[in-house]
Write a protein that binds this ligand. Structure first.
Ligand code: AMP
Ligand code: MG
Length: 316
């Protein structure tokens, strides 16, 4: 039976009935289940081989539904929503008791997101249930940015893969929380620090490490292609290809090198392509990938965060 396609009604009925749906979003593909159905949520953890201490983000079609899972909304969350609307941003808010502990790993807060991709919001509206959805990849691996990526790795375990084309952003959402006063970014992502500080009027602290108990699951070794990655500094002097064993991926086209992460240095383009490139390297014969870091600003910060985590894993 073909379980990959563009049948929105089928995806919605699977989700509603307690099945697993790969859901396209503007960030990456999510592995979605009804957040109120504990058995359905348990299947997400099984399919991904994800440890239970790593909580899930709950997706809703609109801001006016946030009250279904959150018991209150921080005023700065309202402020950000009013300025950004549906965007690659996840808000950590006090949770309602109806949200199963499995979704939040027993925390008293729930992470909530309203995706920007219209197809995702249509799916959530049609299904009529909030969807708990982590990225649709085996735990620790690179996130999927096409329906085929999901099929390649989790195909058998997903009831339906809704194909929404390649992801526009290509990086996960930025996670923001208010643990004790000012906003804190728990994960860099598709909404930039510059955007956030422009709206909030201050630069939120980035508490982006695995050591932080408020960001469970932000493990250092993550987004891994399974082979060594060497990060070279922005502006590295590339000197042509280095044979078949080592693949080279400069930030911008470089003389004598077949590939580059961007055509003209756009971090938006780099973000869209990053995970696809890591997958291509994983599937290639090459033993090692040398990849140039992005300029440390805007989306470049999130790109570098993913690269550092991916490289950390490859060092083993
Ligand atoms: P992902 O697999 O990309 O969907 O990862 C979801 C991430 O969101 C988790 O690894 C956590 O870092 C973060 N997260 C989810 N729920 C919470 C929560 N209640 N409090 C803090 N962080 C959360
Ligand atoms: Mg993930």
């Amino acid at each position: 039976m073909q379980n990959l396609g563009k049948d929105l009604a089928r995806a919605a009925s699977v989700l509603k009935a307690g099945g697993l749906v790969a859901m396209p979003t503007e960030t990456v593909y999510g592995l979605a289940a009804n957040a109120f159905d504990e058995a359905a949520v348990a299947r997400i953890f099984e399919a991904k081989n994800r440890p239970h201490f790593d909580p899930l983000i709950v997706h809703l079609p609109d801001w006016n539904e946030v009250g279904r899972v959150a018991s209150s909304i921080h005023p700065e969350a309202h402020l950000l929503w009013n300025a950004l609307g549906p965007a690659p941003i996840t808000y950590v808010l006090p949770k309602r008791p109806e949200v199963p502990d499995l979704v939040t790993s027993g925390l008293d807060h729930v992470a909530v997101r309203i995706p920007k991709l219209k197809l995702a919001r249509e799916l959530l509206t049609l299904a009529g249930v909030p969807a708990a959805a982590p990225s649709a990849n085996p735990f620790g691996f690179v996130s999927p940015t096409t329906a085929q990526h999901v099929a390649d790795q989790l195909g058998e375990q997903v009831d339906y893969i809704l194909d929404g084309g390649p992801c526009e952003v290509g990086l996960e959402s930025t996670i923001i929380a208010w643990p004790n006063g000012p906003a804190v970014v728990l994960r860099l992502g598709g909404t930039t620090l510059e955007q956030l500080s422009g709206i909030l009027g201050y630069l939120p602290e980035v508490r982006n490490s695995s050591s932080s108990p408020s960001a469970p699951g932000m493990l250092q070794a993550h987004y891994a292609p399974g082979k060594p990655l060497r990060l070279v500094p922005q502006g590295f002097a590339w000197a042509g290809e280095q044979g078949n064993e080592i693949q080279s991926l400069p930030w911008m086209p470089a003389k004598g090198i077949a590939r580059a992460l961007t055509t003209s240095g756009s971090p938006v383009e780099a973000a869209q392509r990053l995970f696809g490139e890591l997958r291509a390297f994983a599937a290639s014969e090459a033993r090692e990938l040398w990849i140039e870091l992005a300029p440390e600003e805007g989306l470049g910060r999130a790109i570098n965060d993913r690269l550092r985590r991916a490289a950390h894993c490859g060092e083993e």
